[in-house]
Design a protein around this ligand. Sequence first.
Ligand SMILES: [Fe+2]
Length: 230
Amino acid sequence: MPHKEDGHLDIIELHPTFAAEVRGVNFEDIQPSVFDEIHAAITKYGVVKFPKTGLDDTGHVKFSASFGELDDVSPYTKLGKKHRLAFEQLFDVSNLLEDGSVAPVESHRSAMNKGNSLFHVDSSFNPRRAGYSLLRAHQLPPKGTGGATQYADMRTAFEELPEDLKKELLEKDYVACHSLYHSRKTASPGSLPGINPEDHFMSRHRLVQRTNTPVVRQRTTLICTIRSRG
Ligand SMILES: [Fe+2]
């Protein structure tokens, strides 16, 4: 139901356990008190949607920086990968090549992209995974043609696990190994021939993590990059 949370913004809950639409943000001039409300909404709902932001690439990067230090694509460009976008802090999650043309379906780029369609936590294959991801819709595909971004409520997922499993996960405090190659090979088994994910770096993250909500909640990180647990 639409409601105000003691502030300037309209919050419309989109799902019984998480996700909300936030209206009333002037993205050209976000005052600290408004940012605090945005941050509180993201913390509470996990996923927040802002309709018609009017943001361009510059505004997108600036708003993202309000949440903390930004990740960037420099590890990939240092390896020789060309970046199509003007800002290194914008990740090009598209099927476009450097010249703007569509990557052929049978190309290495398309094969690697398939990993993005598996459920994942952004950058969990890095020692510092992403705390927040800000996606901006440039152009939406026609309704009914797919392309939707889907989200899972991992806090509620954990809370609804059988009690004995929850107890075990909390007591054992498992650590999982995350591998970019593992997710890419899972989504596209024919790609990366000759590469064994276990021969390459994996980052380690606790399987169950505390969230920063005012009421302590845990969430699971059971996602596609997990190769093994250590
Ligand atoms: Fe992602």
